[in-house]
Design a protein around this ligand. Structure first.
Ligand code: ADP
Ligand code: MG
Length: 217
């Protein structure tokens, strides 16, 4: 991300959330995005994930300048190269854990057998092999969030973006899920940006980036 500016114009006054934000991240690296609530963490992740466009600046993913691309190409990059994890799991309730992880792969063109194999591989990494056939309603909070992380990694993305991924879990569960997230992300060799306002979690990542007055330091 180079020189990113994002200004929200809703009421009479414009709100400058990002102004000159820059960030570079490599595969295999886990970066903590740390800032208090309202500072612009989610905004930054939405821009990095091509869900929003900056008012100025450039987002380059895997050597490709995403700002110059039409929406269809941005959607394609999102599907193939970017995984998202939110605070709430957003699993599809009528599909099993395995199916939730297989669906984005089939949308990206993998055949079912291949998608299922990859889904089982990820479920195994999270110790959830025995839960493959369960609907989200039959999973605990921590298990649902593990499945959501597995789904985000399903298409072997270059970049994983997580927005307070353990923010909805109790402290003990958050700790375990977070440790697993770090371990699996490392083993998958993706670049990861994980937003948190929890300094203890931030310390466990490779690098900490702070959002301050619209810039990243
Ligand atoms: P964080 O994730 O760090 O809590 P956000 O990125 O959600 O922060 O929000 C940063 C600021 O931008 C907040 O003041 C928020 O109210 C404002 N904001 C976020 N999204 C919008 C939007 N779509 N329109 C107007 N203001 C927004
Ligand atoms: Mg947020």
């Amino acid at each position: 991300m180079q020189n990113i500016r994002r200004i929200y114009k809703t009421g009479p006054e414009a709100l400058t959330v990002l102004d000159g934000a820059a960030l570079s991240i490599q595969r295999g690296e886990i970066v903590a995005l740390v800032a208090p609530s309202g500072a612009g963490k989610s905004t930054l992740l939405h821009l990095a994930g091509l869900l929003e466009k900056p008012d100025a600046g450039t987002v380059i993913i895997d050597g490709e300048d995403a700002g110059a691309l039409p929406d269809s190409a941005r959607t394609d990059i999102r599907l193939r190269k970017i995984g998202f994890v939110y605070q709430f799991h957003h699993l599809l309730p009528e599909f099993t854990a395995l199916e939730n992880i297989a669906l984005p792969q089939m949308i990206a063109g993998r055949v079912e057998a291949q998608a299922d194999r990859r889904s089982m591989e990820l479920l195994e990494k999270f110790g959830l092999t025995a839960r493959a056939g369960h609907l989200p309603g039959k999973l605990s909070g921590g298990e649902k969030q593990r499945v959501a992380i597995a789904r985000a990694l399903a298409n072997n993305p270059a970049l994983l973006l997580a927005d307070e991924p353990t923010g909805n879990l109790d402290v003990a569960t958050a700790n375990t899920v977070f440790a697993e997230l770090l371990r699996v992300v490392k083993s998958e060799n993706v670049a990861a940006i994980i937003a948190t306002h929890n300094p203890d979690l931030a310390l466990r990542m490779d690098r900490q980036i702070r959002l301050q007055d619209g810039r990243l330091v």
